[in-house]
Design a protein around this ligand. Structure first.
Ligand code: TNX
Length: 535
């Protein structure tokens, strides 16, 4: 009898803890120990930092202020005291890696310890999610007690690369929205933000040496309505926009304060029509092209002249000045070689270089960029097509056409980011409801993303270390506004954030949905247009 009663009690306690939405943290931390009681945040609670965590403390104070109605004082102090949030770097915690942290909440104080500032930052993101959801409101909340449940959380990410990509080339997204999106990435502990800056339909980055790239290349005269095969014609309205170098500096700075690395992508040798429209000598035919108005793979690509290679390296020089990222993405995907086949110049070049075919010429092109970037202390990334013409020695591969490319690259010792269309393309539709907005195709519902496992079973442990992580893609052919982009991104990107952060054996879809329901309250207050996920 007694035994049964105690089993029942334990079951109740487990149920209560499992359903304890006061600890609704996404992505799920590695270890949470809950104890009774809480810490109460008040107007005179101090944020105590060391020199390295000062800016993190100020950011925390700033982001809590709108809902609190007051700004917590931040002090660089040696001794912790009661009624404080203590943020400290502690080399003793090296076992948790550069992004891990320990967060302890007792009735007297909150402490975040980590071996590096990044870990402290992630501890503060967890802390925000331990507060009542109203903390995400943009104006002072009356009558809310700012209680933080007593916990000890020990946490660290599974993968080093937890990414999101926005294609700002097909549809430009304003800078202020990009900053808002970065806030969302930070909250979910995503640490890589890839900006797809150039494509056939638009060049979105100011390059001082070649002003026509944006003067001509950033505007297309109109856009295809619907999908090409539906033949609904064009909208007759110009579309444009680009980031000035000052905008980029602001974006990169804003992201770096949130421990997010912005990876720029400059597409070559395909997806190049906007650049060729600006500078026709970069093309193969001399034909005067417009910035492309249609979608789909395009036959107009860069030529392989030394002058064009120099041009692109000049562009990269400015890109390297703007983006401190060690990884620089050069695209490399979807390169039909018809123009190179038809071009006497390209054929002569192949002969001179002793290359057997156009695929090898593509490989040569990418290797030239790899050498250039490697000499400057950076690392080249490209889509998995870069494997086909002989992989450049320093290259990292984004495996998008399934996982085969990723497996092949990892087996030969190259680093890989897993970005397969099967699970990480958030431009694909998320429900079969006819009321869903038009999507490019595909079907990737929330649970499918959640169940994604980035390490393919084909890899042994030695090769698996080359899988740096995973990334969600938001291609924008059919996504014209920030609201629509948020709708496609959330909550699927949140599911992928948990895939990338939480140990596989700790993942649980039911628990995720439970926590997501609380997260939805945060999104409402933050004005994030997420898709409802009642399923
Ligand atoms: C393929 S992913 C592309 C993009 C498109 C996307 C649409 C990749 C490397 N290339 O150019 O926008 O499909 O889903």
């Amino acid at each position: 009898m007694l035994k049964r009663l105690s089993t029942l009690l334990i079951a109740c306690a487990v149920w209560a803890l499992a359903n304890d939405t006061s600890v609704a943290v996404v992505p799920l931390p590695v270890k949470i120990e809950r104890s009774s009681g809480h810490f109460r945040l008040k107007h005179n609670t101090l944020v105590i930092t060391d020199r390295e965590t000062m800016s993190i403390g100020m950011l925390l104070s700033r982001c809590l202020a709108p809902a609190l109605g007051y700004k917590l004082k931040v002090q660089d102090a040696v001794h912790p005291r009661d009624n404080s949030i203590v943020l400290v770097v502690d080399p003793e915690l090296a076992r948790l890696g550069p992004e891990g942290y320990v967060l302890e909440v007792t009735p007297r104080r909150v402490t975040v310890h980590a071996s590096k500032p990044a870990g402290v930052f992630y501890g503060t993101q967890t802390l925000r999610q331990l507060l009542p959801p109203q903390i995400f409101a943009s104006e002072p909340q009356k009558g809310v007690l700012w209680k933080i449940p007593c916990v000890r959380i020990e946490d660290q990410p599974r993968f080093a690369w937890r990414g999101a990509l926005i294609d700002v080339a097909r549809h430009f997204m304003p800078k202020d929205f990009i900053l808002k999106f970065i806030d969302q990435l930070a909250l979910q502990k995503i640490n890589v933000f890839q900006l797809h800056l150039t494509d056939d339909q638009g060049w979105r980055l100011e390059i001082r040496k070649y002003p026509l790239l944006t003067k001509i290349g950033s505007i297309r005269k109109e856009t295809r309505v619907g999908r090409p095969r539906d033949n609904q014609g064009f909208d007759g309205k110009p579309h444009g926009g680009f980031y000035s170098q000052a905008d980029v500096k602001e974006i990169v700075q804003y992201a770096s304060e949130r421990f997010i690395n912005v990876v720029p992508e400059i597409e070559m040798p395909g997806h190049a029509q906007a650049a060729i429209a600006a500078y026709p000598e970069l093309g193969n035919t001399g034909e005067k092209l417009e910035v492309r108005t249609d979608w789909g793979v395009n036959k107009h690509i860069f030529n392989v002249n030394e002058k064009t290679i120099r041009f692109l390296q000049d562009v990269l020089d400015e890109v390297l000045e703007l983006f401190p990222s060690r990884f620089i993405h050069v695209g490399g995907d979807e390169v039909p070689t018809d123009e190179w086949k038809a071009s006497p110049e390209a054929q002569a070049r192949m002969k001179e270089l002793g290359l057997a075919n156009e695929t090898e010429l593509h490989g040569y092109f990418i290797r030239r960029m790899d050498q250039f970037l490697t000499c400057r202390g950076r690392r080249l990334i490209g889509w998995d097509e870069i494997l086909e013409g002989g992989l450049a020695p320093g290259a990292t591969v984004m495996s998008w056409r399934g996982v085969k490319g990723g497996i092949a690259a990892a087996k030969t010792g190259h680093d890989v980011i897993m970005t397969p269309t099967s699970h990480t393309y958030f431009d694909y539709s998320q429900a079969k409801d006819p009321k869903e907005p038009l999507a490019i195709g595909g079907f990737i519902p929330l649970e499918k993303v959640y169940q994604y496992e980035p390490i393919p079973p084909e890899l042994d442990a030695a090769s698996a270390v080359h899988i740096l992580g995973t990334q969600g893609q938001l291609w924008t052919e059919y996504i014209a506004t920030p609201e629509h982009l948020e709708y496609m991104a959330f909550p699927r990107l949140t599911a992928l954030a948990e895939v990338a952060w939480t140990p596989a054996e700790k993942k649980n879809y039911e628990s995720f949905l439970e926590r997501l329901r609380v997260h939805a309250q945060r999104w409402r207050l933050l004005n994030v247009n997420f898709r409802k996920f009642s399923e």
